[in-house]
Design a protein around this ligand. Structure first.
Ligand SMILES: Cc1cc2nc3c(=O)[nH]c(=O)nc-3n(C[C@H](O)[C@H](O)[C@H](O)COP(=O)(O)O)c2cc1C
Length: 197
């Protein structure tokens, strides 16, 4: 479903590392989104849309080359009703590539829900997600309670990119259902009363 009632979900792939595992996790999530009648998705892969780490001075526009790069990302974040961030854990946090993409934007996050699918070694990216909640609160976003996490992620998927443990599929449904509730609630509320904070 699309248009007025369908929810537009931007799926953000946070890792940009050469040889990264992120796309395996993201593609699994997309199989869930493809099955939903209440959502359409846009895959925002930060490896395909790299943004510089140097910011313009306050009040100054981005340099022309940077503006072109931002044009490949910012309108897509602005158009989203909701986000799912796919993030690994790097040194007990989330990758710098993801923080950079978050920091380039502000109103694009306001009054929108954010769900998480995380992965990593022992922690399954749980620490990355908890730190993202703090950052996104500053940006007026609402983070979804239930997450999906993959510990020892490289052992958790079969050859067809399906999750070996059906509990992961159940967790994805729970997270996406909560995301849908918040996305509808916030979209309806914004239609009634614009979020101007
Ligand atoms: C710089 C770096 C730091 C890492 N730190 C952690 C960590 O603190 N905890 C953890 O569970 N895994 C850690 N890992 C393992 C990653 O979560 C795992 O390799 C994951 O596949 C990385 O995501 P990517 O393949 O999409 O880049 C780290 C990996 C890298 C590259």
């Amino acid at each position: 479903m699309d248009g007025m009632f369908g929810l537009r979900v931007a799926v953000i792939v946070g890792s940009t590392r050469d040889g990264r595992f992120g796309p395996v996790v993201a593609n699994w999530l997309l199989t869930h989104l493809e099955q939903r009648e209440d959502m359409t998705f846009d895959l925002v892969d930060l490896a395909e849309t790299p943004l510089p780490t140097v910011f313009p001075a306050f009040g100054r526009p981005a340099a022309p080359g940077t503006a072109e790069l931002l044009a490949t990302v910012s309108p897509r974040l602005a158009a989203a009703d909701a986000f799912v961030i796919v993030t690994p854990e790097y040194n007990h946090s989330f990758p710098a590539s993801l923080k950079n993409a978050i920091d380039w934007h502000n109103k694009e996050w306001h009054a929108k829900p954010v769900g998480f699918v995380s992965y990593g070694g022992l922690s399954g990216g749980l620490r990355a997600v908890e730190q993202l909640r703090v950052v996104l609160a500053e940006l007026h976003a609402v983070t979804i309670r239930d997450t999906v996490s993959f510990h020892g992620a490289w052992t958790r998927f079969d050859a067809d990119a399906g999750a070996k443990d059906p509990a992961a599929d159940a967790a994805a449904k729970t997270m996406l259902d909560q995301l849908a509730w918040w996305a509808h609630a916030l979209r309806d509320a914004k239609a009634l009363r614009p979020y101007t904070a």
